[in-house]
Design a protein around this ligand. Structure first.
Ligand SMILES: *Cc1c(COP(=O)(O)O)cnc(C)c1O
Ligand SMILES: [Zn+2]
Length: 481
């Protein structure tokens, strides 16, 4: 049942992961004014939600799946767990969330050697999971603007492509006083991702360097000028992205046994949100155990893999070109959040024999491309980062980190079409050597040219149809009727 907007209101505040200081949410903060560390948002009233049983919450969230109130159709179906300080009129809904989870078919499961499904985050409005976070961040901005009569809001972000596509989309929907500026590393986003903010009318600024360089420029701007930063440093985005965990838990009918969740890690905002999301569900007994989480990184951009597997000493890495370009980040802003939440997560997790609550696996560029194509040859629409999670599953199986009775859900964070250029490089065997990718013969594909334009020009139309049909039939080896 869902016939009214929720009455519950939380009491949110920022808390600092460096010095534990707490701050009011009447101002948009990105980092701690005292010590400079990243922040997270916490609801001081959260324990009041425990007055309802886990079962009651399950029923509420399940019931809202059929809700007729626009504000509750997307990520705010889980309103009480996300940003329960917003009013109905603050909430922006562009169709984000509720992305499908598609089980791999028999053939693919057999090839991989485990039962698994893929959650298609590419089916969000700007074709990546970033929309979950933007829906929350923009709703909060709208609330701020309304309450403080702010006349103009300039939003700004650095991006590996999808953050800017998403920010530009939401800003253009709000229109009026909200303007969007995006900073992109020149030549390091795909043409599709560049076209998105341009099409939505954002101001697009290209800077030389990689994402990490753009991020530093944006941080400088947000320190010194009146701009609203929309990178995942913005804790409101994390809240929105928690909805991934809520939807996934609901899809499993709130039963987390034998579930392994695979997530690609770039700036580490997404994995932060997913960890926090499951922890909140657990705290309210909406789920009675935690799933296992596998972070996945390419060997070309793997600082968090290095941290968890090479001695717990964090150091940024110099990235090398990666087809998982949206995750090609050497100094992830959310690393302190991950470290904190992983500790909590592991403490709350009740392990079975040999199981670990959280781990990070490393994959090669070759495996990422091979896995993306393999998945898509079996009816999926995964992006390169989705390919990365499938590659991660294979590595986990190879190293026996996952058992035959477990079930994996892979996060395909964007739509395959955004990364069509990498597929093209694979098919044409044209990757620059730094990528270290050689196409597999079985996975290559190319259009067949079987009839020249000159030959067509020399023929009357009916004759052309006849001859072209014959050429197609010969190519396919068709038998006549
Ligand atoms: C942003 C992004 C990532 C990385 O997510 P983080 O939150 O930065 O770790 C992965 N895949 C896609 C498609 C993205 O857009
Ligand atoms: Zn601090």
């Amino acid at each position: 049942m869902c016939d009214h907007f929720p009455l519950y209101r939380g009491n949110l505040e920022y808390f600092c992961l460096g010095c534990d200081a707490r701050f009011d949410i009447n101002e948009l903060l990105y980092t701690c004014p005292t010590c400079g560390s990243v922040l997270l948002l916490e609801d001081k009233n959260f324990s009041l939600l425990g007055r309802k049983s886990g079962k009651e919450w399950q029923e509420i969230f399940d019931g809202r799946a059929a809700c007729k109130i626009d504000a509750l159709r997307g990520i705010f179906r889980f309103y009480e767990l996300i940003a329960p300080v917003l009013d109905e009129e603050d909430i922006i809904y562009l169709g984000e969330g509720n992305t499908p989870i598609i089980k791999a078919n028999q053939e693919l499961q057999k090839e991989i050697g485990l039962r698994f499904a893929i959650k298609n985050e590419g089916q969000n409005p700007s074709a990546s999971f970033k929309d979950r976070g933007m829906a929350c961040a923009f709703s909060y901005l709208q609330a701020l603007a309304r309450r403080h009569n702010r006349e103009e809001i300039l939003t700004i972000c650095a991006s590996t492509g999808d953050t800017s596509a998403s920010a530009a989309l939401y800003a253009s929907y709000l229109g009026g006083a909200v303007k969007s500026v995006v900073l992109l590393p020149q030549g390091k986003v795909t043409p599709q991702q560049l076209g998105q903010p341009l099409g939505n009318g954002a101001t697009v600024i290209e800077l030389p360097g990689v994402f990490d360089d753009c991020m530093k420029v944006v941080e400088n701007l947000s320190r010194n000028y009146r701009v609203a930063l929309l990178n995942s440093k913005n804790a409101w985005r994390i809240l929105g992205q928690e909805s991934y965990a809520y939807e996934l838990a609901g899809w499993r009918n709130w039963d987390m046994r034998k579930l392994c969740v695979f997530v690609p890690i770039g700036n580490a905002g997404n994995i932060t949100a997913i960890l926090n999301g499951f922890l909140k569900l657990r705290a309210l007994d909406i789920i009675d155990g935690l799933p296992r989480i596998f972070g996945v990184q390419s060997a070309h951009a793997d600082p968090i893999f290095q941290y968890y597997n090479r001695g717990r000493d964090f150091a940024p890495v110099q990235v090398r070109p990666s087809v998982a370009q949206a995750a090609m980040i050497g100094n992830p802003v959310s690393f302190p959040r991950v470290r904190r939440l992983v500790e909590l997560y592991c403490r709350r997790y009740v392990p079975q024999a040999g199981e670990k609550a959280f781990q990070v696996v490393q994959v090669t560029e070759q495996e990422i491309m091979d896995c993306m194509l393999m998945a898509n040859r079996h009816g999926h629409i995964v992006c390169t980062q989705g390919g990365e999670t499938l590659a991660g599953l294979r590595v986990a199986l190879r190293h026996a980190l996952i058992g035959p009775d477990e079930f994996a859900v892979l996060n395909s964070t964007a739509h395959a079409l955004k990364f069509a250029g990498f597929q093209q490089l694979y098919f044409e065997d044209a990757f620059p050597p730094e990528y270290e990718i050689t196409p597999g013969r079985d996975l290559k594909n190319a259009p067949l040219s079987i009839f020249s334009a000159d030959r067509k020009a020399s023929l009357p139309e009916e004759e052309y149809i006849e001859q072209a049909a014959r050429a197609v039939a010969a190519t396919l080896g068709l038998k006549s009727r």
